[in-house]
Design a protein around this ligand. Structure first.
Ligand code: ADP
Ligand code: MG
Length: 249
């Protein structure tokens, strides 16, 4: 298990700063939340870590080595709005696709890959949906299919961008329980998250972001009223107190 380390990551879109000099270490074996207001750069941080976008500066390490040399060990589930659901592929096909990084060039998935894909689908409780087109799934089922794909990839890290956006409370509960189980089995999970009320229930560690890094670390030390004011501005505190956001201190 290796940590992911971000060194001096800056991103700008057409000259407009989205992320400013982020230094950060993501702990392995934890469930980590990336939290911040709309437009804070949360998705940009994930894409920057995976080097899917052009960056102004920054180095990303997996342990002591460049992360790009270990890309297979990191699975990424992008925001649902960015996923092309019109692509005709069934659930089993999506999960099987996860085994591809481990196949040699020109090799096709065989018995071994297929049975492993079936095991991964079973793990997320969707064996009965193997033949469904992905366009026919609920948002929650879709997230679970992508988690199964990450397992088929044998990823050590699973990065999910707003997996709970637009899904019902029951599905959200199924997914967070699944992710906690995977964390307990040794996976490292990172989630871009919006709903402040769940932060203390869901995460071991939290990263507070608003273009710059506000704070990061274990929830009890990091998810404090003071840090949340720095992240969202002072009016948030009163608003959340009424709703009971449950800051650590
Ligand atoms: P978050 O995920 O926290 O809501 P994003 O990382 O998506 O924030 O975006 C950070 C900022 O960068 C926002 O102001 C957004 O409008 C801008 N941005 C994001 N992606 C692009 C893009 N492809 N082109 C131009 N601006 C972008
Ligand atoms: Mg986003």
């Amino acid at each position: 298990m290796e940590t992911i380390r971000v060194e001096n990551l800056s991103v700008a879109y057409r000259g407009k700063v989205a992320l400013q000099q982020i230094d950060l270490e993501l702990s392995a074996g934890k469930l980590t939340g990336i939290v911040g207001p709309n437009g804070a750069g949360k998705s940009t941080l994930m894409k920057g870590i995976l080097q899917l976008i052009k960056t102004q500066s920054g180095k990303i390490f997996y342990g002591e080595q460049p992360l790009n040399d270990h890309r297979k060990k990191i699975a990424y589930v992008e925001q649902r709005q960015d996923i092309d659901l019109s692509f005709p592929i069934d659930v089993f096909g999506v999960v099987l696709f996860g085994t591809y990084p481990h196949l040699k060039m020109f090799q096709r998935p065989g018995k071994k890959e297929k049975s492993f894909a079936a095991v991964c689908l079973e793990k997320v409780g969707l064996s009965d949906f193997a033949d469904r087109q992905i366009s026919e799934l609920s948002g929650g089922q879709l997230q679970r299919v992508f988690i199964a794909r990450a397992l088929a990839q044998q990823a050590e890290w699973i990065l999910l961008d707003e997996p709970f956006a637009g899904i019902d409370a029951t599905s959200e509960k199924i997914i967070i329980e699944l992710l906690k189980e995977l964390r307990d089995e040794g996976k490292s999970i990172v989630i871009v998250h919006h709903d402040l009320h769940k932060v203390t229930d869901y995460f071991d560690e939290v990263i507070l972001l608003n273009k710059g890094l506000i704070a990061s670390g274990p929830v009890a030390q990091t998810y404090t009223t003071k840090n949340m004011e720095k992240t969202y501005g002072s009016e948030i505190t009163q608003m959340l107190r009424m709703g009971g956001a449950g800051f650590a201190t």
